[in-house]
Write a protein that binds this ligand. Structure first.
Ligand SMILES: *Cc1c(COP(=O)(O)O)cnc(C)c1O
Length: 400
């Protein structure tokens, strides 16, 4: 039986074409791109091509606006720390309560050591940013606004262009963690007010351990890593050349497959979501049904533990993820769902299904086949289920 992988927001399979493109850079083309001799020069030329491929996916004006990093986490950290250093006299950061830990953990650390004051903007029940609170937090003290393009747990998309324009009005730099958006929704950074953007290879069918930070030309920037002059002095360290090549190829493929993502993948996701909402009582969608990534579906099942659902899915050969970051047995529900005020009983039973172009109709059929039975079985064990108000919780999809 073919395993069903529906956890593509956690990581994706490396595209065979990206793998094929990177392999020669481990062996025949092993040169250091900074070397003057022939071994280095040919690698340097290949890196240039890869940089152009990524530039095209982002709609960036210049290929040297791309700085290669080790991934999304490094890009986020580099952008935030750079802004604080590059904007003397400003020590405030504006972010949201639903960011990835790569942003939130650093912000909390900066607060703790007294390096910055951080505004954590809240969201509504659909995960949409509180624009009033955002406007109120902006001032001439703000060095950086950092807001994610799309949420990794719910897929909710923030209106990044407009939010960046508002930050500009206060002279603040604007960074977006676009790790989940790149390759899934069209992005065009030329003429945008976005100064910096993070992306990660392994979320778009390139390998783990390679990523990039887009830095708009003219943006004041201070490097995170100091050393050699690689990446025009913005990120020291010999480039991960196989990774860079694979990321370039993955960017080219992402552009080619964008229509598939917006069409076929979205339909797979919608078919699964509608079938679940129809067949399983007392469940609802977490996130903004309209402004949402085409591949992500996060559903809250009341009166059941998400971890228990996942365990049963795993036995059925299906890989998904729980909305709750139940790290090392802690029963804290996800910070994202908490910020959305999802009731405790539902936040604990939330499951994320995230698709990619590798998924097929059969994957959806398999989940629809087993999931209702799993829910029936688990809920029968719950002391609260028998007395639960089933009619009052018949949530319906709210699609346009
Ligand atoms: C995965 C992810 C990251 C971290 O990227 P890594 O390359 O794994 O460090 C950051 N932000 C978001 C939104 C992500 O989904």
């Amino acid at each position: 039986m073919r395993a069903v992988y529906l956890d593509n927001n956690a990581t994706t399979r490396v595209d065979p074409e990206a793998l094929e493109a990177m392999l020669p850079f481990f062996t025949e083309q092993f040169g250091n791109p900074s070397s003057i001799h022939a071994f280095g020069a040919s690698v340097g030329a290949a890196l240039k091509t890869a940089r152009r491929q990524l530039q095209e996916l982002l709609g960036a004006a210049h290929d040297h606006e791309i700085v290669y990093t080790s991934g999304g986490t490094e890009s986020d950290n580099a952008a935030i720390l750079s802004a604080l250093e590059a904007m003397p006299g400003r020590n405030e950061i504006v972010t949201s309560k639903v960011e990835h830990p790569a942003v939130l953990a650093l912000c909390q650390r900066l607060e703790k050591i007294g390096r910055a004051k951080v505004h954590y903007i809240g969201v509504d029940a659909l995960g949409r940013l509180d624009i009033g609170a955002y406007r109120a937090a902006l001032s001439s003290n703000v060095a950086l606004v950092t807001l994610m393009w799309a949420n990794n747990e719910t897929g909710t998309i923030f209106p990044i262009e407009g939010l960046a324009e508002l930050a500009k009005q206060h002279g603040a730099l604007f960074h977006t963690d676009a790790v989940q958006a790149v390759g899934k929704v069209p992005i065009f950074l030329q003429d945008s007010a976005v100064d910096m953007l993070s992306l990660s290879g392994h979320k778009l069918h390139a390998p783990k351990g390679i990523g990039a930070l887009y830095v708009k030309r003219g943006t004041r920037f201070k490097p995170l890593l100091h050393g050699g002059h690689q990446e025009r002095g913005r990120r020291a360290g010999t480039e991960n050349t196989p990774g860079v090549i694979a990321l370039g190829k993955a960017a080219q493929l992402a552009l080619r497959h964008m229509a598939d993502e917006q069409g076929r993948v979205r339909r797979l996701r919608d078919r699964l979501e509608n079938a679940i909402l129809e067949r399983v009582p007392n469940c609802f969608v977490n996130g903004d049904a309209n402004d949402r990534l085409p591949n992500t579906c996060n559903i809250a099942f009341e009166y059941v533990e998400g971890e228990a659902i996942l365990l049963h899915l795993t036995r059925g050969g299906i890989a998904a993820s729980s909305g709750s970051a139940c790290t090392s047995g802690s029963l804290e529900p996800s910070h994202v769902l908490r910020a959305m005020n999802v009731p405790f009983t539902a936040a604990h039973g939330s499951i994320r299904f995230s698709f990619s172009r590798d998924n097929v109709e059969d994957d959806v059929d398999r989940v629809i086949e087993v999931l209702p039975g799993i829910l029936d079985k688990l809920r029968a064990l719950s002391p609260f289920w028998a007395g639960a108000d089933k009619s009052a919780h018949q949530f319906k999809p709210v699609y346009a």
